[in-house]
Design a protein around this ligand. Sequence first.
Ligand code: GLN
Length: 482
Amino acid sequence: MTLALSKDIQTGALSAVDLVQKSVQAAQTENLNSFLWLNNSALKDAAAVDARVAAGEKLPLAGYPLAVKDNIVLSGMKATAGSKILENFVSPYTSTALQRLINAGAVVIGKVNCDEFGMGSSGENSAYGATKNPRDHTRVPGGSSSGSAAAVAQGLVSGALGTDTGGSIRLPAAFCGCLGMKPTYGRVSRYGVIAYASSLDQVGPLARRTEDLAALLEVMSGHDPMDATSLHAPTDFSSALTKDIRGWKIGVVQEALASGNSAGVLGALEATKAALKDLGATVEEVSLPSLANALAAYYLIACPEASSNLARYDGMVYSHRAYGSDLNEVMATSRGQGFGGEVKRRILMGTYALSSGYYDAYYSKALRARAMIAADFAKVFLGVDALLLPTAPSPAFELGAKADPLEMYLTDVDTVAVNLAGLPAISIPFGYEENGSYSNSNGLPIGVQFIAPILEDTRLLTISAQLEAYSKAAFLQPVQHL
Ligand code: GLN
């Protein structure tokens, strides 16, 4: 599959250099704090793509301007994961997912902002300052892939890579008004992705068109010998775009509707249900009783894994190094200076939950809850093809509005269960909230979320393509088109 844009480059109607030049310019002058580090060789890389095309190579992503979350490494560029502790880290290698995209002709415009190590829901936990929501600069873009979603929705790039441990692709996609997909766990290699919680982390694409998601996934997914958890699975995603959803059964998760959703979110769900019916699907209510435990289980699994993964930042091998009179002081001071408040909180919670005496009460119980959640999903998928629920209970909130960490964690209530069960899920923009009610034309973007069974990622692309064609208006146009 070759994207329309890349086809133009293949036929010579457009040059990769011209396209990338526009994107670089947009990234240089953006005012959202989405880009952290620009790729100085973007134009040279684009010229190399033009040369490969001229030599007759067929490149499915020829000249595709791409932003990359700063926890995914690219050789020769900084990779800070939004943390001060990695402020001077320049990666000596490139992640598998990104290398595959580059080989297919994509051009990295730069590395984009994120919550430190992916820990956050608003983009405010970055050591390099918060990113702003392109639709309203007083609001958060969502996190942790804040820069990825803001850059895509603003039209600074065509697509972006994010990572999703508990909603970090879907939530910012919903808040900014673009598409964001978290593939089945293991679909995309994690080699070269700075680890947060390894049993939950997954790389995925953000874009404004479903065909972009399919093209990016098709190129970057598939087994990688460098990641033992990556799957041997077919990687045909583009054929999903021409299918329809006639006769499909979509289950609406009742527990996610119970309380706390804003009027705009409820309106978006109703509009989506009506669209699905018009497109030939049937919609029914389903129940996932263990969903109520998902948030607690998620934080009791993610924090312990993070506390272990982040032990490597000790100022010895790499990462920020402070002065001290002995080894312990060097390590403690380096970590004290380098990590931000939220990361420290999670390391403390994680080591506590893993410590002897508390392991059984917290960590091991959370693992059991995780198994129950996965079993609940498996059961419900015996009766339906996909699930529908909100991506978040509300549209983007104001910068600084959620100072209480617990309140911030509640933003993830609709997204974390997916990661615990390893399932694929997508957030699709479907309307707006304006003055406290649903609008199909104006206001803050609202995302609706679909979940599919393991390895049925293509169902999500079919639903997305169908909804995109059904309601062009709900798919936001970028602020400045690229
Ligand atoms: N907001 C969630 C957290 O802070 C999810 C983050 C993510 O998916 N990386 O852990």
